[in-house]
Design a protein around this ligand. Structure first.
Ligand SMILES: [Zn+2]
Length: 249
C-alpha cells in the first residue's frame, strides 16, 4: 500500500516541470533539483519570467506540486507585477540603440529586414510566423557586430589583441570575462543607448587587466569609458526592463 502513495501520478507530470492552476490560468513551474537544498523554494525570475521550484535531490514531485499549488496565488501575483511583456509583433514598440522603434510587417519587401531609423520604423519582411525569430536574429547580429567593434577598440587602447566575443541572452549579468579572456555579452545591449553598450565592452576589457572590481579595475574601466558612472546608473534604472522585449506574453 505504501508504494501506491509513493508512486507519482503520470498526467501533467514530467521530470522537468509541473503545471499549476490558479483561477483558470495554468502556470508552468520548472523543477530544479539541487543536492544542497533542504526544502522547497519558489521564485519567479524577472528576466526570463520563469517560475522555478528549487527542491532537494530526492524530494518527490508530488510534494513539489503540492507546494507550488499552495503558493499558486503568490505566483499569479508575482507574475502580474512584472513589467508587461512586449512580444516582437507588428505595431510593437521597442528600443534600438536607445531610440524607440516600431515594428512594421511588410509583405512585399525583398531581402528580409530593412531598418528605417529616420522614420522610427523597423520594417520586416518574412512569413508572419517567423517575424519574432527574424527580429531576434537581426538584433543578435547587430549586437555581435557592435560589441566586437567596441571590444577591438578598447583592446587596442590597452595594447591587447582583440578578444573573442559571444552574445547570448544572459539574465544575471550584462557581460562577463572568462579566465581565458573570452568575453560574453547580452545581445539586449543593442537596445540600450550606444554609450551603455560601449561601457559594457570597456568594463569587460578592463577585466583583462584586473579580474576583480578593485579600485585599480575602476581606474582602467573609467579610462576606457569616461561615461562609466552614467552608464551604470542607466543600467540600474532601466536595464531590467530590456528583458520584456521579445518575450512571449
Ligand atoms: Zn565586472
Amino acid at each position: 500500500m505504501f508504494r501506491l502513495f509513493r508512486r507519482e501520478p503520470s498526467p501533467n507530470v514530467s521530470s522537468d516541470h509541473i503545471d499549476v492552476v490558479h483561477e483558470g490560468a495554468c502556470y508552468r513551474v520548472l523543477l530544479k533539483r539541487v543536492p544542497t537544498a533542504r526544502r522547497f523554494t519558489l521564485r519567479v525570475r524577472n528576466a526570463t519570467r520563469d517560475i522555478v521550484i528549487t527542491m532537494p535531490k530526492r524530494g518527490s514531485i508530488v510534494s513539489a506540486r503540492d507546494f507550488a499549488q499552495r503558493h499558486a496565488a503568490w505566483i499569479a501575483a508575482r507574475l502580474h507585477r512584472l513589467p508587461q511583456a512586449v512580444p516582437f509583433e507588428p505595431g510593437a514598440v521597442f528600443p534600438l540603440r536607445g531610440e524607440e522603434i516600431t515594428i512594421t510587417h511588410i509583405e512585399k519587401l525583398r531581402g528580409g529586414i530593412e531598418v528605417v531609423v529616420e522614420e522610427r520604423l523597423f520594417k520586416v519582411s518574412c512569413n508572419r510566423q517567423h517575424l519574432s525569430r527574424r527580429i531576434h536574429d537581426y538584433l543578435k547580429q547587430e549586437a555581435q557586430r557592435e560589441l566586437e567593434g567596441a571590444v577591438r577598440r578598447h583592446c587596442t587602447t590597452l595594447g591587447f589583441a582583440p578578444r573573442k566575443v559571444t552574445v547570448r541572452d544572459t539574465t544575471s549579468r550584462w557581460g562577463s570575462c572568462s579566465a581565458s579572456g573570452a568575453l560574453n555579452f547580452s545581445w539586449r545591449l543593442i537596445m540600450a543607448p550606444p554609450s551603455v553598450l560601449d561601457y559594457l565592452a570597456a568594463h569587460e576589457v578592463a577585466h583583462l587587466v584586473h579580474m576583480n572590481h578593485s579600485e585599480e579595475f575602476w581606474t582602467v574601466a573609467k579610462k576606457l569609458a569616461p561615461h562609466t558612472d552614467h552608464a551604470e546608473a542607466w543600467l540600474f534604472a532601466h536595464g531590467s526592463k530590456l528583458h520584456r522585449f521579445g518575450a512571449s506574453s
